[in-house]
Design a protein. Structure first.
Length: 551
């Protein structure tokens, strides 16, 4: 339960620290005194968005801090799931900096707003008149039934399976889209693959082909120059070898006269041998040069195909073309593999669907059994608050789809008087009737939940007299199981509280400030008397206030 609330620099509040007790607490005050500011501060502790406009002094930061006694509510697992340090006295703090940035802390550990919202959901419920509309929402109606039916465990299993089902379904869709894309491209890919396979890329050596082409394209030039080279080397009288032999003979005649001449002769002899070998090789090369138009055409054709493929695939080598060929080949097999995977995924989905349907049927069965129990409890409470002829009807419809809470689709219908047709709440219930219905529902849910704290913000709107008195008793009875706050303008309800707080506003020349105080006995009598008769408190109002307070 909420044991202490501290607010600094928020809206009209400069600074306040107010302790709260268990039981039924009343909060009253004139319109505009600041009751909504208290709710706004508590909203920050629930993880609601903050803005710079909330700061009273725009140069200072705003701090809202709530102390919650959670010892008896078994929240250790939730704290562990949210990766928060558990403490029996849990402190939630929100800070709004002068820069406009907001920070949140749980037991002095930073926490994001999503986790704060998840935690506060099990700590405090603030019900305002505007929230009465949620009663018309199917999700809330389902929540009411599930609470009475004790469906929490089954619902958790269903939602876990649904999460698996959706995740697997999304993956199946991705695989199917991938397969469809492959099939769409398969004809073109097959053409490309066939084209590359026919090129027999693994047997091609581009450098060797280009060299062969170079040679075959220049046969005449090669033959002409080789022939000329042979004539230079071997032509009679003027050939290099012939002249070298004459040189060798001339030096040979004097080689015996000096070692230097002998060495020179040997060198000339060596050159002659080398030139003779060069001449023989040139001769051999000349014989090897063959004019082969057919081979030239073959090489030109293979190279042209190779260049065309490289240009089409925007690559520069045979190795890159081979890599593309392998990739296209893999895609062809991938489509077959995807089909097998799709079959396996569909089998898993079908198995999960069977489990989901079974769980959904269990949820539905429990809800239908809970309907008469819920209706009986609601009608008992509504009789107390002046709606003796009210009746409810839950219409169930089975959905073919797996919804968040099962396969039930429900509609809560209502009739306020005998002989009236059932209709949707928003169409047939007045504002005052909606307030009483919501109170009946909250009072019923209090028996099935372990929610520590609930705050009713003017739930008594549209009611008065004996009905208001009964509503006060209902909230008082709720406070035996949980901490209950009621922000009210009705003295009948205000008198039922175990403690009574008053919100008031003070002004001076420069500023207006809101504050809250716990009323002692005499002040409480005066406050309720003022609620009865206005600012001019009469003696009869004072006596009536004492009667209401049973003093």
């Amino acid at each position: 339960m909420l044991t202490l609330l501290t607010i600094k620099n928020f809206a009209l509040i400069e600074s306040l620290e107010i302790p709260f007790s268990k039981g039924f607490s009343i909060i009253t005050g004139e319109t505009g005194a600041g009751k909504s500011i208290l709710l706004g501060a508590l909203g920050l502790l629930q993880g609601k968005r903050a803005d710079l406009g909330s700061l009273k002094d725009k140069k200072e930061k705003c701090i809202v801090e709530g102390h919650f006694d959670v010892k008896q509510y078994h929240l250790e697992n939730l704290f562990e799931m949210l990766e928060l340090d558990y403490q029996d006295l849990t402190i939630i703090r929100r800070e709004i900096l002068a820069s406009g940035k907001s920070r949140a802390f749980v037991n002095d550990s930073p926490v994001n707003l999503n986790d704060l919202q998840e935690l506060s959901r099990v700590l405090i419920d603030i019900h305002s008149q505007a929230q009465t509309g949620e009663l018309q929402e199917q999700a809330y109606q389902m929540h009411i039934l599930d609470s009475v039916a004790n469906n929490n465990s089954t619902l958790a299993k269903y939602q876990e399976k649904l999460k698996q089902y959706k995740k697997l379904g999304k993956y199946l869709q991705e695989i199917q889209e991938q397969k469809a894309s492959l099939i769409k491209e398969s004809d073109y890919n097959s053409f490309l693959l066939q084209e590359l396979e026919q090129a027999d890329l693994h047997t091609l050596d581009q450098a060797d082909l280009e060299q062969s082409l170079q040679s075959l394209n220049n046969v005449e030039v090669v033959l002409e120059n080789l022939g000329y080279s042979i004539s230079i080397l071997e032509q009679d009288q003027i050939g290099v070898i012939s002249n070298l032999r004459e040189l060798k003979n001339a030096i040979g005649k004097i080689s015996s006269l000096s070692k230097s001449y002998q060495d020179l002769w040997e060198r000339i002899n060596s050159v002659e041998i080398e030139l003779a070998d060069v001449a023989a090789e040139v001769e051999q090369l000349s014989h090897n040069v063959v004019q082969d138009p057919e081979q030239l055409a073959i090489i030109q054709g293979r190279l042209q195909l190779l260049y065309t493929l490289q240009k089409k695939h925007m690559v520069n080598s045979v190795q890159e073309l081979i890599a593309i060929e392998n990739d296209l080949s893999n895609k062809a097999f991938l489509a077959e593999d995807l089909e097998s995977e799709i079959v396996l995924i569909q089998e898993k989905l079908d198995a999960i669907a069977i489990e989901l349907t079974t769980l959904a049927e269990q949820l539905s069965g429990a809800r239908k059994k809970a309907v008469p129990v819920l209706e009986a409890q609601l009608l008992d409470i509504l009789k107390l608050v002046g709606m003796p002829n009210a009746t409810f009807k839950f219409d169930f419809h089975w959905s073919d789809s797996y919804l968040l809470n099962g396969q039930d689709q429900i509609q809560l219908l209502f009739s306020a008087n005998k002989g009236m047709d059932f209709g949707l709440l928003k169409k047939v219930a007045s504002g005052g009737e909606m307030s009483r219905i919501m109170l009946a529902i909250k009072a019923t849910l209090a028996k099935y939940s372990s929610l520590p704290t609930i705050i009713f913000d003017e739930i008594d709107t549209g009611v008065s007299g004996e009905v208001a008195d009964k509503m006060g008793y209902i909230m008082f009875n709720m406070s035996k199981h949980m901490q209950v706050f009621s922000i009210t303008h009705l003295p009948q309800i205000a008198a039922k509280g175990n403690q009574h707080y008053k919100v008031f506003k003070t002004s001076n020349a420069s500023t207006t400030t809101s504050s809250i105080t716990l009323l002692e006995k005499e002040d409480r009598i005066l406050e309720i008397a003022q609620m009865l008769s206005g600012k001019d408190i009469t003696s009869s109002a004072l006596e009536h206030a004492k009667e209401l307070l049973q003093l």
